[in-house]
Design a protein around this ligand. Structure first.
Ligand code: GDG
Length: 460
């Protein structure tokens, strides 16, 4: 049996995973089954990095982590990862920082982390690397003579070639990706963007699920990530969810609620969403006092300036909207920077007639899937979903919108508020089978199977 090694920026304990749910639980289950190793950043910084590994045994899983130096944290994590790759891969060239030092530190940190992992590896390991913090990790492992199958999954979009080539040394990053055996993308669109780059920029070849360049042929596949659908459905019936649901319905006094749940991030389209809600209230006075919008947005990446800016922008917009439209007994918009437990979230989703998920770009967007899974099948709410979220390629019975078109989103909300029960049921019923069939465990198993088949081919 193979041992699974998961490499990701943050490493959590089994207890953390249970709280976070979904992806973390799915990984922990696979790691437990194979006595696996979870490797990454400890979440701690120190002035100097002595390269010392922190090793913790948590049940059947070994957690191994390294600290970052203060400088690495600034230039690698806040820098190349979150000020360069994150905005660029989400098509925000305007917010992308092209700082050469960031790139160099990123390479160094990828190399240091690879060096830290090698002594822990066993010959039959399958190594699964996650996300944009570690694009160059596989290449560094290969430099250190690691021959085990290595897979990489990109949780965020892969941008179009024209956007990607604005990045200096874009070809170096893609060369690094060719060190992996399996490259996984969220959607066919992301996979095609990557393949298009390989053909047109590198003169490489692509066919079926393969790409060839830099003398290597690799597997390039789509693995749309799912949620733990069944558990989420059960969550919505848990006592904590029912409590949350009941108190929310009481508070709403028969009004309909629109809900948004997003990390506070400029990719999630929050200013545009607030503007759409304002437009709804301007254009459709019939909804006044009958609807309220609750946006939950726990803050993230508070050390990156753009995240501070967007927070201020949203505070201004919510004050303006409530100032314009609120009545003594009706607050149209509630904007909360706090987070909720998963059970509470499930109750809040179920209490909401509309799930408003309008990112400007998103790898997948799990909130869209959670909203649908939490609905009462007899009286479900309506999902309004951005066409630029990966989830739109699966949840086709949502009301699909262009989040930049403020008026169209406002009209979609109005349509959803007036949608018949039959249509809401039909749409919900069409989406559930796919959510159940393509859950997070299937996603994980398919990816691991992809890595195993590489191993079998090489052994043959
Ligand atoms: C990245 C990609 C891709 C949010 N607020 C609370 C809370 N959440 C949970 C949601 C959901 C998760 O956080 C957010 O996942 P998303 O998929 O929506 O977005 P990112 O964080 O940007 O994730 C994304 C994902 O990776 C997986 O591949 O889909 O495209 O950007 O599960 O429920 N959870 C709790 N309280 C909150 O207040 N407990």
């Amino acid at each position: 049996m193979n041992r699974l090694v998961v490499v990701s920026n943050r490493v959590g304990t089994v207890k953390d995973a249970a709280r976070a749910g979904g992806l973390a639980v799915a990984l922990v289950e696979a790691l437990s089954a194979a006595g696996g190793l979870w490797y990454g950043w400890s979440g701690e910084t120190s002035e100097a990095n002595d390269g010392r590994l922190r090793m913790v045994q948590d049940g059947d899983i070994t957690l191994a982590t390294l600290d970052l130096t203060d400088q690495d944290y600034e230039q690698y994590y806040n820098g190349f990862a979150n000020r360069t790759l994150w905005p660029l891969f989400h098509y925000r060239i305007d917010l992308t920082s092209f700082d050469r030092r960031y790139y160099e530190t990123y390479q160094q940190v990828n190399a240091q982390f690879a060096e830290g992992l090698v002594p822990l590896l066993q010959p039959n390991d399958l190594i699964w690397v996650h996300d944009y913090h570690f694009l160059a990790f596989g290449q560094e492992l290969r430099r250190l003579k690691c021959t085990q199958p290595i897979g990489f999954f990109l949780h965020i979009p892969f941008p179009s070639r024209e956007v990607f080539i604005t990045l200096p040394r874009h070809d170096k990053l893609v060369e690094a990706l060719f060190a992996y055996d399996v490259l996984g993308f969220q959607t066919d669109r992301d996979r095609r963007m990557f393949q298009d780059y390989v053909v047109r920029e590198l003169g490489g070849e692509v066919w079926e699920n393969k790409a060839r360049a830099f003398g290597r042929t690799i597997e390039v596949r789509t693995f749309p990530i799912g949620i733990d659908t069944e558990t989420f459905v059960q969550s919505a019936d848990s006592p904590e969810a029912i409590n949350q649901y009941t108190s929310m319905r009481e508070m709403l006094k028969g009004r309909h609620q629109i809900i948004g749940v997003d990390r506070l991030d400029y990719t999630k389209g929050l200013p545009e969403r607030f503007e759409s809600f304002e437009r709804l209230l301007e254009d459709h006075s019939d909804v006044h006092r009958k609807v309220s919008f609750m946006q939950i947005a726990p803050v993230s990446r508070t050390e990156v300036e753009e995240y501070v800016d967007i927070r201020h922008e949203l505070e201004g917009a919510s004050g303006r909207i409530n100032g314009r439209f609120a009545e003594f007994d009706w607050t149209p918009l509630r904007y909360l920077n706090r987070s909720f437990s998963r059970h509470q979230l499930a109750g809040l989703y179920r209490a909401s007639r509309i799930g408003l998920v309008t990112p400007l770009r998103d790898g997948m967007n799990l909130v869209a899937k959670e909203y649908v899974a939490a609905q009462d099948p007899e009286d479900p709410g309506v999902l309004i979903l951005s066409r630029f979220a990966g989830a739109a390629s699966q949840l086709r019975s949502a009301l699909i919108v262009n989040p930049y078109d403020v008026k169209a989103v406002a009209d979609a909300v109005h349509e959803a508020l007036n949608m018949t029960l039959q249509e809401r049921r039909d749409r919900h019923q069409t989406m559930m089978p796919d959510l159940l069939a393509n859950n997070v465990n299937i996603w994980r198993d398919n990816f691991i199977e992809g890595m195993k088949s590489v191993e079998r081919r090489e052994a043959a």
